[in-house]
Design a protein around this ligand. Structure first.
Ligand code: DPN
Ligand code: ZN
Length: 395
C-alpha cells in the first residue's frame, strides 16, 4: 500500500511556535526572550502502531516495520497512501521548516492516509524512535479546520526504520485505536471566608500526559494546593478560598476552560482572582513567577494580561523578598489552566519551577543544580516520577 510522495506544498517558513492543544490563544509565539529556547514539539499523543498482518499474505519483497507496540483491539487501516516525513525540525525548534502537525495537514491534503515521521539520523542523538507531537502547527493554516489540523494517524520511526520504509516497494501498516470519549471531572473545594464576594482561587491540573505519571507535571502543583487547603482548613479567612484540581489540562486545558465557560455572570462577579500552580517541584528548579508586568518577557502576541495581574505577581515577589529567596520571571504565556481565566479577564498569576527549558549558568549560580540541563529532564516522560521532584526546597 505504501507509496512515498513528497508533500505537494512547502511548509510555511515561519518559525513561530504554537501550542494548539492550548488553544484558543491561537497565536502563541515561542519563547522570544533570548535565553529561553523554544518549546519542543516532543512527547505529544501519537497513535500507536504495530506490525500489520503477516507479510506472507502480502506481495513478496515488501518490507514491514514495527514502529511501536500496539494493543489488541486496534482497528487496522490498510490501503491508501502513506507519507514518510523526515524530521527536519529538531527538538530545539530551530533549523527545520515546519511542525509535524503542519506536515500531517499537507500530507492529508495530498491524499495520505497515514504519516510516518522518521528521525533525521544526521547526528547520533537523532537516530532513535521519534516521538512527535503532531498536534503542533507553526501557525494557523488557512483553510484548516482548527488547531488540530489533520484527521490521519501520525506515527514516529527511528532513522533506520524510516530509511527501510523509504525503500521502493516497502510497506507500512499503521493500526489505529478506535476513537474513545471519556468523562473526567474537576474537583472543586471551597472554604468560606468572612467576605463571600471576592473569591480567591488556586488551581492545579490533576491529569498527566499519557507518556508518564506526571508527578512533577502536575502532581507537584496538585499536592501543593492540597497541602495549602489542609493547612487552611478550620480557619476563617478574610476572603473565600476556592481550590480547583483541573481535569484534562494536557488534552487542551479542557477542565479549566469548561469551568470558566460554565460560570454564570453572578458567579464571575464573585471571583477576585485566579492563581495557577503547574510544575512547582522541578528537580533542576528555578523559582519563577508569572511575569504579569512583562518586566522580563513581553507576553506573546495576542495574550492580554488582565488588569490586577501585576498585583498578584507583586504578592509572590514580596513574599520571596521577605524570606530572602531569589526569584525569576517566567513568561505570562497562558500556557496552562490560567488561560481560560485570562481570556475571561480575571486577574491571574502563578508559580513555576521550570519544564523543558535548559538552566543557564547564571541560574545555576543562584539556585544550584545543573546548568545546561532542563529544569525538568523528565518533562512529559515516563520518568516524571516522585524522584523527579525536588522535595526539599520547592515546598
Ligand atoms: N503542564 C505544562 C505543559 O505541559 O504545558 C505546563 C507548562 C507551562 C510547561 C508553561 C511549560 C511552560
Ligand atoms: Zn504538562
Amino acid at each position: 500500500m505504501t507509496e512515498r510522495q513528497p508533500p505537494t506544498r512547502a511548509c510555511p517558513t515561519s518559525h513561530r511556535s504554537h501550542h494548539p492543544r492550548k488553544a484558543p490563544l491561537s497565536h502563541l509565539p515561542g519563547h522570544r526572550a533570548a535565553p529561553r529556547p523554544p518549546t519542543p514539539p516532543v512527547a505529544g499523543p501519537v497513535p500507536p502502531a504495530r506490525p500489520g498482518p503477516s507479510s506472507a499474505d502480502r506481495e513478496p519483497g515488501r518490507v514491514r516495520r514495527s514502529l511501536s507496540p500496539g494493543g489488541p483491539d486496534e482497528e487496522e487501516r490498510d490501503g491508501g497512501t502513506a507519507y514518510e516525513v523526515r524530521q527536519d525540525r529538531h527538538e530545539g525548534g530551530r533549523g527545520g521548516t515546519c511542525f509535524f502537525g503542519t506536515k500531517a495537514y499537507y500530507a492529508e491534503q495530498a491524499g495520505a492516509e497515514a504519516v510516518v515521521v522518521m528521525n533525521q539520523g544526521n547526528t547520533p542523538d537523532r537516530e532513535e524512535l521519534l516521538v512527535a507531537d503532531a498536534t503542533s502547527v507553526d501557525e494557523p493554516i488557512p483553510g484548516a479546520p482548527g488547531p488540530v489540523t489533520h484527521g490521519i494517524p501520525v506515527v514516529g520511526a527511528s532513522s533506520q526504520d524510516g530509511l527501510s520504509l523509504a525503500e521502493d516497494g516497502s510497506t507500512a501498516y499503521v493500526n489505529v485505536l478506535p476513537a474513545e470519549t471519556r468523562t473526567d471531572h474537576n474537583v472543586i473545594a471551597e472554604l468560606p471566608g468572612e467576605n463571600p464576594d471576592d473569591v480567591v482561587m488556586a488551581g492545579a491540573h490533576l491529569d498527566s500526559v499519557i507518556e508518564g505519571p506526571g508527578i512533577n507535571d502536575n502532581g507537584s502543583g496538585s499536592a501543593a494546593i492540597l497541602e495549602t487547603a489542609l493547612m487552611m482548613a478550620g480557619t476563617e479567612p478574610q476572603n473565600t478560598l476556592r481550590f480547583a484540581w483541573w481535569a484534562a489540562e494536557e488534552q487542551g486545558l479542557v477542565g479549566s476552560a469548561d469551568y470558566v465557560a460554565g460560570l454564570s455572570q453572578e458567579e464571575r462577579d464573585r471571583i477576585a482572582l485566579y492563581t495557577n500552580y503547574d510544575m512547582v517541584g522541578s528537580p533542576n528548579y528555578v523559582f519563577m513567577v508569572y511575569d504579569a508586568d512583562e518586566s522580563t518577557f513581553p507576553a506573546p502576541e495576542g495574550v492580554t494580561i488582565p488588569e490586577g495581574s501585576e498585583a498578584v505577581e507583586d504578592v509572590y515577589e514580596s513574599y520571596y523578598t521577605a524570606i530572602g529567596e531569589p526569584y525569576d520571571d517566567t513568561e505570562f504565556s497562558g500556557r496552562s489552566d490560567y488561560e481560560a481565566f485570562i481570556l475571561a479577564d480575571f486577574p491571574s498569576g502563578g508559580l513555576f519551577t521550570g519544564a523543558e527549558v535548559v538552566k543557564t549558568e547564571e541560574q545555576a549560580a543562584i539556585w544550584g543544580g545543573t546548568a545546561g540541563e532542563q529544569f525538568n529532564p523528565c518533562y512529559h516522560l515516563a520518568c516524571d516520577t516522585y524522584e523527579n521532584n525536588d522535595t526539599t526546597r520547592s515546598r
